[in-house]
Design a protein around this ligand. Structure first.
Ligand SMILES: [Zn+2]
Length: 104
């Protein structure tokens, strides 16, 4: 796992249901809340033994949004979601990877 630098800016735009994330290399992304929620890496969303995602994307409400953002040290973002889920830790590396998903 490489050390990813933290984003320069990260803000939630509730009207558009996206995170606007700018990275130190100058790239910025608008990443839908629902995409980030669906990529949650926690043990409830991914089977710890098999690594298979057990969270079904269709089970996520379309109006999902972050209620509270917090930091875990300086390496990750913690998100409390409107569906009361909060156990995912999004490392910068993971968040960057999720950001890149919007480019395909
Ligand atoms: Zn989760």
């Amino acid at each position: 796992m490489t050390d990813a630098l933290p984003p320069e800016t990260l803000r939630a735009i509730t009207d558009a249901r996206v995170f606007e994330i700018s990275w130190p290399d100058g790239k910025s992304f608008r990443v839908p809340f629902k995409l980030v929620r669906s990529e949650c890496p926690c043990a409830q969303c991914i089977d710890e033994i098999t690594g298979v995602r057990v969270l079904r994307p269709e089970s996520i409400p379309d109006d999902i949004c972050p209620v509270e953002l917090g930091y875990s040290g300086n390496y990750a973002l913690k998100i409390l979601w409107s569906d009361a889920h909060s156990s995912g830790i999004f490392t910068w590396e993971r968040l960057r990877r999720i950001s890149e998903l919007t480019q395909t």
